[in-house]
Structure formats: structure tokens, C-alpha cells
Design a protein around this ligand. Structure first.
Ligand code: S3P
Length: 205
């Protein structure tokens, strides 16, 4: 019986390796770009996805902070949101030249048409879609997101859902982010990526 399990485990590992090979070959220089609202899990899932695919992980917000020498809260407070969005556009355009990689973007980035165009040219976009309660539960644990301080977080988040979900829906792949392990979400993303590349007729051998 134990032998049977071990055999199953090695078959699963082999299947995972094959899946990763197909994805890496098909990606070429493109980035896997995670989009979605604050609390959707872009950074935590993105890190694990990068490990699975053996790619570098980049967090656009962290890169914006490094480029500005300030935290995102400080940028919003000192210069305002328009200034932040401008920097966000430039930093993401630069980062997209570093593919292949897994790139997590801030929740507002995909709302910018130019960023969306750049992502569709140089990446495969994955929307981590989550419901209001999940987003609120996750974002309530920390207090570093300026947009959620502009009013009642539940009202702000619902407004962002209404405004942004129709645009996030343009992403190449949609994955429901929910209360399951990060590994489960990574499994779903890699299956969806493989399926997409096979449908698109990208090289698979
Ligand atoms: C924002 C989301 C944040 C950050 C900034 C604005 C947004 O990133 O870019 O606070 O407009 O939704 P996360 O989605 O990683 O929290």
C-alpha cells in the first residue's frame, strides 16, 4: 500500500515537472503578472508561484518604494495619488522588460490602460478574484494601505470591486482566491497556464 502511494507521489512530481517545463518554454521572455484587489493574495501567491516555476519574483509596489525612497503611504501623503500612479506606470513598464518572472502588481495598476497594454504585450495576466469578506478579513490585519484609510474600509472596498472587477475581467486567466492553501491556488494557476498555452498552440515539446 505504502509502495502504491510512493509511486503515485513520483508520478505527480513527474507531471508537475512536465507542466512547469511546458509553461517555462511557452512563456519565453514574458512575465506572469498577478492582478487583483488589495488582499487578493498577489504577493503571497506570487512568491510561491515563482518558486514552483523556478522564476524570480518581483513585487511592483516594493520596486516603486525603492525607486522613490519612500513607502507607498508616504508617497500618497506627500505627493498624492496621481504622482504615485505616474511612478507606478513607469516602474511597471521597466519591470516588464525583466521577464520571465512572476510580477505582482498593486491593486490599481491594471486600471491604467497603458499598463494593461504593456502587460498584454509582455506578459500573461492572472486575476486573483476574491469576495468582499475575504478581502476585508485579509486587509484588516495590516494598516499600510492609504486607500483603505479614506473611509469605511467595507464601503471603499465595495466601491473598488464595482469599479475594478469589470476591468480585471480582461485578464487572460481568472482564479478564485479563497480560504484554501496557497499551494492549491498555485496548482490552479499552473493548470490554467498550461491549458492556455496548449489552446494557444504555443510550443509544448
Ligand atoms: C492600491 C493597492 C496597493 C498599492 C497602493 C494602491 C490600489 O497594492 O499599490 O496602496 O489602488 O488598490 P496592493 O494591492 O498590493 O495592496
Amino acid at each position: 500500500m505504502r509502495f502504491g502511494f510512493r509511486k503515485f507521489g513520483s508520478r505527480k512530481r513527474q507531471a508537475t515537472r512536465e507542466q512547469v517545463d511546458i509553461i517555462r518554454r511557452s512563456l519565453g521572455d514574458k512575465s506572469v503578472v498577478l492582478v487583483g484587489l488589495m488582499g487578493a493574495g498577489k504577493t503571497s501567491v506570487g512568491r510561491r508561484l515563482a518558486q514552483r516555476l523556478n522564476l524570480a519574483f518581483t513585487d511592483a509596489d516594493k520596486e516603486i518604494e525603492a525607486a522613490a525612497g519612500q513607502s507607498i503611504s508616504e508617497i500618497f501623503a506627500e505627493h498624492g495619488e496621481t504622482y504615485f500612479r505616474d511612478g507606478e506606470m513607469r516602474v511597471i513598464a521597466r519591470l516588464l522588460n525583466n521577464g520571465p518572472q512572476v510580477l505582482a502588481t498593486g491593486g490599481g495598476a491594471y486600471m491604467n490602460r497603458e499598463i494593461r497594454n504593456n502587460i498584454s504585450e509582455q506578459g500573461i495576466s492572472i486575476w486573483l478574484r476574491a469576495d468582499l469578506d475575504t478581502l476585508l478579513e485579509r486587509t484588516s490585519k495590516r494598516n499600510h494601505r492609504p486607500l483603505l484609510k479614506t473611509g469605511d474600509p467595507k464601503i471603499v472596498m465595495q466601491r473598488l470591486i464595482d469599479e475594478r472587477y469589470p476591468v480585471y475581467a480582461e485578464a487572460n486567466i481568472v482564479i478564485q482566491s479563497r480560504k484554501v492553501s496557497h499551494d492549491t491556488i498555485v496548482d490552479e494557476i499552473t493548470s490554467a497556464l498550461k491549458q492556455k498555452f496548449e489552446l494557444d498552440g504555443a510550443p509544448s515539446s
